[in-house]
Design a protein around this ligand. Structure first.
Ligand code: HEC
Length: 106
C-alpha cells in the first residue's frame, strides 16, 4: 500500500465515523439527555424516592418547567443547576422524548 492509498483509506473511515456520530445525535439527543434524569427521577421517570416522578408530565409543561428552573424563576435545590446545562432546544427535545415514552405506555 502506498502513502496516498493509506490517506484515502483514513479519510473514508473518518467520514463514515463523523456521519454516524451526526445521525445518532439527531435521532436521540433527547433520549441521551433524558437518561441523565433517570438517575434521580427513577427508571423512565418513575421515582422510587422522595424526588418527584416525571413520567406523567405533558411535553409542553415539562419544557416550561425546565426553562423556569434554568431561568431561576422556579425554586429548586438541584434542578436549576441541572437545567442550566441545556439549551432551550435540548430542553424541548428532552421533553418531547419523555412525553413519547408515555404514549408508548411506559
Ligand atoms: C441530581 C438529581 C436530579 C437530576 C439529575 C434531575 N432532577 Fe429533576 N428534580 C430533582 C429534585 C431534587 C427535584 C425537586 C426540585 C428541586 O429541589 O430541585 C426535581 C424536580 C423536577 C421536576 C418538577 C417535578 C414536580 O412534580 O414538581 C421536573 C419536571 C424535573 N425535575 C425534570 C427533570 C428532567 C427532565 C431531568 C433531566 C434533564 C431532571 N429532572 C434531572 C432532582 C434531579
Amino acid at each position: 500500500m502506498n502513502r496516498i492509498h493509506i490517506a484515502a483509506c483514513c479519510a473514508a473511515g473518518l467520514a463514515f465515523f463523523s456521519m454516524s456520530a451526526a445521525s445518532a445525535q439527531t435521532i436521540s439527543r433527547g433520549a441521551v439527555i433524558a437518561s441523565t434524569c433517570f438517575t434521580c427521577h427513577g427508571t423512565l421517570g418513575s421515582s422510587p424516592s422522595d424526588i418527584p416522578s416525571i413520567d406523567y408530565i405533558p411535553a409542553e409543561r415539562m419544557a416550561q418547567t425546565l426553562k423556569a428552573y434554568k431561568a431561576g424563576t422556579r425554586y429548586s435545590t438541584v434542578m436549576g443547576r441541572h437545567a442550566s446545562g441545556y439549551s432551550d432546544e435540548e430542553i424541548v427535545e428532552t421533553a418531547n422524548y419523555l412525553a413519547s415514552l408515555q404514549k408508548k405506555g411506559k
